[in-house]
Design a protein around this ligand. Sequence first.
Ligand SMILES: [Zn+2]
Length: 254
Amino acid sequence: MLVAMAPDGSRTEAHRELHLDPGGYTCPYCHHPVHLKRSRVKVSHFAHAPGADCPAASEPESPEHLAAKALLADEFRRLGYDVILERPHPKYRRRVDVAVRVPGRSGPVFVAVEVQASAISTEEVIRRERADHAGGYLSTLWCFTRSSCPELLVMEPDVEFRVPEEIRFLHRTLSTQVAILDVSSRTMWLTDLARHRRSGDSWFDTAGNEQSSRGYSPRTLRSVERTRATFALQPKWVTPTKQRPRWIATFTPA
Ligand SMILES: [Zn+2]
């Protein structure tokens, strides 16, 4: 994790504030001691003692996940957004990776930006979105990384690849482009699974329903439409499947 509590009660971010390491940090969730791990190759972060019984320590974060969160926080701040990294919501068993404050219709509102660097069940996607809604967030903005689906960043011509269920699910329910962050080049991409160049058929129809188009098995693709995006957030009005229409936030096409 990137954030710990300093002895004076302030939130300290491992990747940007610790030129000196005075020690005495505690976990914001379980309040047990955590120590700073510095690394030349990985993003500096905090770690519990081995075997710690803490919800924040139960899912080890990959270097890519840590780097993606730090990168997003930096880029959002560079654009002038208020950011709370690893914002805890213990009531909902939830820790939002990057909470970003955006203008809302009746005052500022937070968007929950969720980095996904590993597989996740659609049930857990729904659970986190409901928790964020209950926690007062405008919406959950999912941001997948290279390890979620490498082929969405580096496409080999005519190589058919499987798109993970959670990415297809989000694309289908929201009928919107899915964000993929390339941490190594610090670039954000929006991928549109509904259109692909080779056959002209839709893999999903415009209502977001899955189609098994000619030459493609329903869960795989050979190419996707991909657009470079900025880290600026923009509002989008969506009609999710079996849900009320609502505003969400998306990254802005460059
Ligand atoms: Zn803890």
